[in-house]
Design a protein around this ligand. Structure first.
Ligand code: HPA
Ligand code: ZN
Length: 335
């Protein structure tokens, strides 16, 4: 089964590039930028990565992202993630980035996006991995601030496919961002949002009805409401589920209690993703390995999850067909 997962062609649809920042690279970049970080060793970092809920993680995540200064830093961060994709047979990835984490510190939008997009181009050329970008608004900040970010993104509109919503969910419902989502859609961005990770099913309803999202990031708590489940099924909207993230942030106490199998059985379009692999104990393949073992998923279910990852990606139809064919051939030959 491990070999089957390892070589399975797949897409990753929920990945924060700042969350792929491995400690080794963090030390290297901090050193070259002359920035002191509060850890002396990798062991100290690993000890600090012990979270009880989302906010514990976010505090450390923003602190670590503060060592990123130059376009080269963003390039190195992104290319390093893309190399890990190549090693896991991730054929396509949809990368979230948080501009406000950097613009708030005086780093320009252009620095961030130029480093990331250069790495994505090289990823396509040198590693044969396709990618696109999701610009995420930080929900603990104001809608006015999100509007400023939307404005800053417009000169780079051709490089960004979608807008997302992340950071502290509780107390920052989707409705807070109604106007900026409306404006983002008018600019041609596809709307997605984190909803139902710590927030209730009401947050998922708001994301669907008020923000008009086309994909749900996490969505675990949608299962609290059977009308909501029917609505998600009717609208054919996928969920980007992140098992090891859910475990690390105590959204579930044990992977054996994870709702993924129940979601699949309900017919929900689920995908498997790593969220913040450097912080939550594993890359996308480790997420597949561990959830498969915990829930005793069959090869066919694993195939279905990978199929969803391509089907519900935002790539063009030709490329989608190509990846789906590649996956089908793989499944037929390896089931
Ligand atoms: O899982 C997450 N949830 C909310 N915000 C985030 N920012 C990075 N990862 C996450
Ligand atoms: Zn996330």
């Amino acid at each position: 089964m491990k070999k089957f997962i390892k070589n399975l062609p797949k897409a990753e649809l929920h990945l924060h590039i700042e969350g792929s920042f491995e400690p080794e690279l963090m030390f290297e970049i901090a050193k070259r930028n002359n920035i002191t970080i509060p850890y002396k060793s990798i062991e100290e970092i690993k000890k600090a990565y012990n979270f009880n809920y989302l906010q514990d993680f976010l505090d450390i995540y923003y602190q670590s992202a503060a060592v990123l200064v130059t376009a080269q830093d963003f390039y190195d961060l992104t290319f390093s993630y893309l190399k890990s994709c190549a090693a896991q047979n991730v054929r396509h990835t949809e990368i979230m980035f948080d501009p406000q984490t950097h613009t708030e510190r005086g780093i320009s939008f252009e620095t961030v996006i130029s480093g990331i997009t250069k790495a994505c181009k090289d990823g396509e050329k040198k590693l044969a991995i396709t990618s696109l970008l999701i610009m995420s608004f930080l929900r603990h900040l104001s809608e006015k601030d999100a509007f400023k970010t939307l404005e800053q993104s417009l000169p780079f509109k051709d490089k960004i496919t979608a807008v997302g919503l992340d950071s502290s969910e509780l107390g920052n419902p989707p409705s807070k961002f109604k106007n900026v989502y409306e404006a983002s859609i008018k600019e041609g961005y596809i709307p997605v949002a984190h909803a139902g990770e710590e927030g209730t099913a009401t947050y998922v309803w708001e994301a669907l009805d008020i923000l008009k999202i086309e994909r749900i990031d996490h969505g675990n708590n949608a299962l609290q409401d059977s009308n909501l489940i029917s609505e998600i099924l009717n609208r054919d909207i996928a969920l980007t589920v992140c098992p090891l993230s859910n475990k690390a942030l105590k959204v579930v106490t044990d992977l054996k209690d994870h709702p993924l199998k129940k979601m699949l059985d309900l017919g929900l379009k689920v995908t498997i993703n790593s969220d913040d692999p450097a912080y939550f104990g594993g890359n996308i393949n480790k997420n597949y390995f561990e959830i498969q073992a915990a829930l005793n998923l069959t090869k066919h279910e694993i195939y279905q999850l990978a199929k969803n990852s391509f089907k519900y990606s935002f790539i063009n139809d030709t490329l989608k067909e190509q990846y789906l064919n590649e996956l089908e051939v793989y499944y037929i030959n390896n089931k």
